[in-house]
Ligand binder design. Structure first.
Ligand SMILES: Cc1ncc(C[n+]2csc(CCOP(=O)(O)OP(=O)(O)O)c2C)c(N)n1
Length: 391
């Protein structure tokens, strides 16, 4: 029934925004066993171990990069700690030719697709081997080869882009969809509503994946929206919607396999809201002790998504504690060695600041480049890395 043909009533009754509460799908208990009546999705040993391996890599990368930022080797970093099951479990449910558009906390999805360790480092250190030629701040990765759109800092801009990109996939008759990630904070932006409405009306194969991690920097979710979370908005836009336990990799994977199927086979959008918690700071520029308690964090630490998956893998005899130690050691060494080697790579050539947009850079940009060259040559100590390459 469409909104213009609703059932007629003769009694005045307002409806509250909380009258249609949406359940949360949870399959896996923290100890790694299944809830009564829960059915695990079909997940091969190979895929399960690839998900888990990606989780371990991301834990190591996060830990080492925060330390590198504290040592002054990096200017900025954002961790994914606490949200590994939501990000990596969802990415695993999609095909390599599906497009991914991230917000910024989804490096796990990029790694799952095979982004090499050295490419993470080249990007974070803005050097000449960075695929983005050093033009973005750290953690703004992108990879054309892996169908992962470059991260952009203004919140929610990726959401209407995802609706538009998926509309293009539909017009091209592709058996593919676009997976777009965003936080519950970004869902307050106008772009969220524009993207959701466009996808719903034009039936774009877009999977909207909201990481509801409880905070938008220091603002708790209770102060961000009224009503039943973000999932209720999917229903409001006339979209198939599901809410999942974001710390439960099986629930996330099962929901996303179904979401992709609907998007690709029925050619329509789906909203997935994953309920989780941002265990770390918002970024290396933030200190969460100023706005939340240690007790609250501890409560969420006890339902750690990585530990929960490990318990499940061990129960299935697909994993063992000794293997884990070896993998963590290997990744720690790999990340540190790669960081050291990457620090020696020179900065991008200065003229690359104006290439790639125009066939022939226009005169005013050439002029600005000449002025910049002069400026750097005059104050080389202020631009130690760039000045080496400026003649
Ligand atoms: C348009 C815009 N407004 C504000 C900001 C500053 N900002 C960066 S991240 C952030 C919070 C986003 O929270 P959420 O979407 O919940 O994602 P989370 O960081 O929790 O993963 C804000 C307000 C921004 N980048 N862009």
């Amino acid at each position: 029934m469409s909104g213009n043909e609703s059932k007629i009533t003769h009694k005045l009754r307002m409806m509250s925004g909380f009258e249609l509460p949406i359940d949360t799908l949870s399959l896996l208990k923290p100890d790694g066993s299944l809830h009564d009546g829960a059915k695990a999705p079909k997940l091969s040993k190979e895929t399960a171990l690839r998900i888990y391996d990606t989780m371990l890599f991301i834990r190591v990368l996060d830990e080492r990069m925060v330390a590198a930022q504290r040592q002054g080797r990096l200017s900025f970093y954002m961790t994914c700690i606490g949200e590994e099951a939501a990000v990596i479990g969802s990415a695993a449910a999609f095909e390599d030719h599906d497009m991914i558009m991230g917000q910024y906390r989804e490096h796990g999805a990029l790694r799952y697709r095979g982004f090499p360790t050295e490419q993470f480092m080249h990007q974070m250190l803005s050097n000449s081997k960075d695929l983005g030629k050093g033009r973005q701040m750290p953690i703004h990765y992108g990879s054309r080869a892996l169908n992962y759109m470059t991260i952009s800092s203004p919140l929610a801009t990726q959401i209407p882009q995802a609706a538009g990109y998926a509309y293009g996939q539909k017009l091209d008759g592709k058996k593919a969809c676009t997976l777009v990630y965003f936080g519950e904070g970004a869902a307050s932006e106008g772009d969220f509503h524009a993207g959701m409405n466009m996808a719903a009306v034009l039936k774009c194969p877009t999977v909207f994946f909201c990481r509801n991690n409880g905070y938008a920097i220091s603002t708790p979710s209770e102060e961000q929206y009224a009503g039943d979370g973000i999932a209720a908005r999917g229903v409001g836009y006339g979209m198939q919607t599901i809410r999942v336990d974001g710390n439960d990799v099986l629930a996330v994977f099962a929901a996303c396999v179904e979401a992709r199927k609907i998007a690709v086979e029925k050619q329509e959008p789906v909203l997935v809201e994953a309920m989780s918690y941002r265990l770390g700071a918002h970024s290396t520029s933030d200190d969460p002790s100023g706005y939340r308690s240690k007790d609250e964090e501890e409560k969420w630490r006890s339902v750690d998504p990585v530990l929960r998956m490990k318990n499940w893998l061990i129960a299935k005899k697909w994993w063992a504690e000794q293997q884990e130690k070896a993998v963590l050691e290997t990744y720690r060494k790999e990340v540190l060695d790669t960081l050291k080697a990457t620090e020696k790579v020179p900065a991008p050539a200065l003229e690359e600041i104006i290439t790639d947009v125009y066939d022939q850079p226009p005169a005013h940009l050439q002029q600005q480049l000449a002025e910049l060259r002069e400026h750097i040559a005059k104050y080389p100590e202020k631009y130690p890395k760039t000045a080496q390459g400026v003649k």
